[in-house]
Design a protein around this ligand. Structure first.
Ligand SMILES: Nc1ncnc2c1ncn2[C@@H]1O[C@H](COP(=O)(O)OP(=O)(O)OP(=O)(O)O)[C@@H](O)[C@H]1O
Ligand SMILES: [Mg+2]
Length: 805
């Protein structure tokens, strides 16, 4: 125990209840006294030794508290000063003397008079006490530093006392405590207990202040940042104003442009609304950038600017003729189309669609049409487009949203009526993000496209003046609804003489220009072109041919430059490009000379296919292995082709005896059919007769002729059905030096489409049945087995075919 009660004393004193304040010993406090009873008590005290007992009332709102509504512990104070105010109130300054506890209270004189008891404690000095004092002073120092309400110097001076009781009271009086907490401290008579409690309270208060400080710091930083931004923004405005290009002038500028843009009413209103919003935004904010971008886009699309259209068909004809060799029918159809477009305002199905292999001039025809009609030309590829948003844009609410391709291209065109080429319509696909073909339909439909709405622009835009042209390599994957709106024009690839002609008239000239050479410096001979076409670029179109010509020109250009440097006059003469030079410049032939490679073989036949890259020849192969009658088919074939192989096999089995095979030949055999060039996906029924011929040959061991190509669908009964793409297929055969073909009879009607030279140079066999195919394709005739008697073991089940025999 550090303390012991030394003695206690009682005194009788006037008592005054006080509100909202707890008076500690040693504390100077001014306050105003107004209550009648209080004034009396005060006067009484002034008459005596100027001592009065002050105690806090529980509830500050009560005017006439009873003794039990006043705390029983208070302070005896000395009245240092008292001053009567004009309004009858008295202003007093009191100084606490010591704490005291009420023993009894009487109020018969018009004020309270209390008997109070005071206590004196004896304190044992020692290290424990010193430690406590150090702790409290230390904490209080901290507290004063954190608190902004206290003056550091005065406070620290105030607590430099030796008396622990006085220390506890001084500190307690200066803490930001509630009345209840202060009263709690006042009621602790034992000075050491009080000091200990003060230390605890200090801990809590410091903690509170720390939390306050962090929050305040944060709030302050935020405020500072906002203020700084505001300040800087204002400064920028001021600077811009000073420079004469203030925000105001930007808005004015935009307004002028909006007025001049010739927008539709809707778009104009939208633009003005947006402009108003922009005006009210802080100029550097992210929001205003979005707003400005939007306005820029609205202003960038052409609203009224139009190219002056050329309606002269004669002129159109001249342009088409000048830009393209051949393609007579196609040019005619284009001219017809232009004529109809002139007469009918909105002809249905008024969208041209060029279909054909790569490099046959689809895009360049589109450009020619633009030139011929005096319009601008823009082009957009739909290959790989699978999101509606790519066509129609994203709503502005997305971050980084942009208009769709249609609007972007219109901006690029800069006029309302360009030729708009939609490349690769067949390569558009659909996924969960919405069907782009639906959006495209809307774009192409003359009944809807005058009010096309891009999600980003969000206003109607008129596309009805646009001349749309679609292109595709094949048609079967074009969405039918789209196809329905299009006028399809097929381009089917060029024959070798045509290619040579195109090269001579266009491609060489173009490449010479691009490489800066003149016709005096290089000459392509017929033989050279033939070599290029035959051994370096086997294709339906002329894209690779053009590329190889370009390659050669660049090589010549390099030689020319080298020679110029060496000033060797001799070498400055013309380079003659013939086929002998090609391997040196372009490397060895890229293609085998298939023309020399036409051996007759067992189990291999030459088929004709029609793929995205035009006509192709495909060799089919079949081998037999010991097995159980299984048919294996490989070579990246589609379902239809697989089924076609099954059909061929079934046909052969049902006709076994006719083909000189034992009825159950398949029981212990597996057949493997393979179509090489596995990288090319193949499908369709037109390989039917080729597959059947291959398997037949493998089974009968009779070789198939290597100089005959064939195409045709097969039925189970061996009928040959017509196929598509005859022209492309025959051109492919011709390219490969195959001059005889077996074709379905029903395709004879397509003959007029076949280029003249092919019709002349090729022998075309039109057939109706598989029997005829085999007769032509196999090296020698099959000897049938004699018909076994009906019902005998090993007899074929009767079919319509063999019943007829
Ligand atoms: N009949 C032709 N007369 C003159 N040049 C031609 C002819 N056909 C094609 N060309 C030229 O061949 C090149 C390739 O043609 P283009 O780019 O139009 O092919 P495309 O059919 O659009 O091919 P893709 O399907 O790959 O887009 C162009 O330089 C084009 O001018
Ligand atoms: Mg193209």
């Amino acid at each position: 125990m550090l303390t012991s009660k030394e003695k206690s004393d009682t005194r009788r004193l006037p008592m005054m209840p006080i509100r909202d304040v707890v008076i500690f010993p040693f504390m100077m406090t001014p306050f105003v006294v107004g209550r009648e009873s209080s004034v009396r008590a005060l006067e009484e005290a002034m008459l005596g030794d100027k001592k009065i007992f002050l105690a806090t009332q529980h509830d500050a709102s009560i005017d006439e508290p009873k003794p039990n509504e006043i705390y029983s512990v208070g302070a005896i104070v000395n009245i240092v000063q008292s001053l009567k105010l004009p309004d009858g109130n008295i202003k007093v300054l009191v100084e606490g003397v010591e704490r005291a506890k009420v023993v009894s209270v009487s109020d018969d004189e018009g004020f309270f008079r209390a008997v109070v008891r005071t206590y004196t404690y004896k304190i044992e000095p020692g290290p424990q006490l010193d430690a406590l004092i150090t702790r409290v002073t230390g904490l209080f120092e901290q507290y004063v530093k954190l608190s902004q309400n206290l003056n550091y110097e005065t406070m620290i001076a105030a607590i430099r006392v030796d008396d622990p009781s006085k220390l506890a009271d001084t500190v307690g009086a200066n803490l930001q405590l509630t009345i209840e907490e202060k009263q709690e401290l006042l009621e602790i008579f034992d000075p050491i207990d009080r000091l200990t409690r003060v230390a605890e309270m200090l801990d809590i208060e410091i903690e509170k202040l720390n939390v306050d400080r962090t929050i305040q710091g944060r709030v302050k930083r935020q405020m500072e940042k906002a203020q700084k931004e505001y300040y800087l923004n204002e400064k920028i405005k001021a600077i811009q104003k000073e420079l004469g290009r203030g925000e105001k002038s930007e808005i004015d500028e935009l307004k002028k442009r909006i007025d001049a843009a010739g927008m539709t009413k809707d778009a104009y209103e939208k633009a003005i609304t947006e402009l108003k919003r922009l005006e009210n935004m802080p100029p550097m904010s992210a929001e205003s950038t979005v707003s400005r971008n939007y306005l820029d886009w609205l202003l960038a699309v052409p609203w009224k600017k139009k190219s002056k259209e050329i309606r002269d068909l004669k002129y159109a004809e001249q342009v088409l003729e000048a830009d393209h060799y051949g393609l007579e029918k196609i040019k005619e159809r284009i001219l017809e189309f232009l004529a109809v477009r002139r007469l009918v305002k909105n002809p249905r199905g008024s969208i041209l669609c060029f279909v054909g292999p790569p490099g046959v001039g689809k895009t360049s025809l589109g450009m020619s049409i633009a030139k011929a009609t005096g319009r601008k030309f823009v082009r957009m590829s739909l290959g790989g487009v699978r999101d509606e948003a790519e066509i129609r844009g994203h709503r502005r609410t997305y971050i980084g949203a942009l208009p769709g391709q249609i609007i972007q291209m219109m901006k690029k065109a800069g006029t309302r009526n360009p030729v708009f080429m939609l490349d690769e319509v067949e390569k558009m696909s659909m996924d969960f993000r919405g069907d782009p073909s639906a959006a495209l339909l809307e774009v192409l439909d003359p009944e809807q496209n005058f009010m096309f709405v891009d999600h980003y622009l969000d206003v109607e835009y008129d596309l009805s003046q646009v001349f749309f042209i679609a292109t595709a390599n094949v048609l079967h994957t074009v969405p039918p609804a789209l196809l329905d709106r299009m006028e399809v024009i097929r381009l089917s690839g060029y024959t070798e003489p045509e290619k040579a002609e195109i090269a001579k008239r266009f491609l060489i000239r173009k490449q010479l220009e691009q490489t800066g050479l003149t016709p005096d410096q290089v000459e392509f001979t017929d033989d050279g072109l033939h070599g290029l076409i035959e051994f370096y670029t086997r294709e339906a179109g002329v894209r690779n041919l053009e590329r190889e010509i370009g390659n050669l020109c660049r090589k010549v250009a390099r030689q020319v430059v080298n020679n110029m440097a060496s000033k060797d006059r001799q070498k400055l003469c013309k380079v003659v490009m013939d086929s002998a030079k090609l391997p040196d410049l372009l490397g060895p032939n890229k293609f085998r000379d298939l023309k020399t490679d036409k051996k007759n073989e067992i189990g291999a036949a030459v088929g004709l296919a029609w793929t995205e890259v035009g006509g192709q020849i495909l060799t089919t192969e079949a081998t037999l292995m010991e097995g159980k009658g299984k048919l294996t088919i490989t070579g990246k074939l589609g379902d239809v082709m697989q089924e076609s192989a099954q059909a061929a096999m079934s046909y052969i089995r049902s006709r076994a005896h006719h083909l000189g095979l034992p009825r159950d030949f398949y029981r212990n055999l597996d057949v493997h059919v393979h179509i090489p060039e596995g990288a090319i996906p193949k499908d369709g029924p037109s390989a039917g007769i080729t597959l059947a011929t291959t398997i037949c040959s493998a089974l009968t061991r009779i070789p198939v002729r290597g100089d005959v190509a064939m195409t045709g669908e097969i039925t189970l009964r061996g009928k040959v059905l017509p196929i598509g793409g005859l022209k492309e297929k025959l051109m492919a055969a011709h390219r490969h030096g195959i001059y005889e073909a077996i074709l379905p009879r029903d395709n004879e009607k397509d003959l007029p489409d076949i280029p003249e030279n092919i019709r002349k140079e090729m022998k075309l066999n039109f057939v109706e049945s598989m029997d005829e195919v085999l007769k032509i394709a196999l090296e020698r005739e099959i000897i049938s087995l004699p018909m076994p008697p009906v019902g005998a073991a090993g007899v074929d089940l009767p079919t319509e075919e063999n019943r007829a025999h």
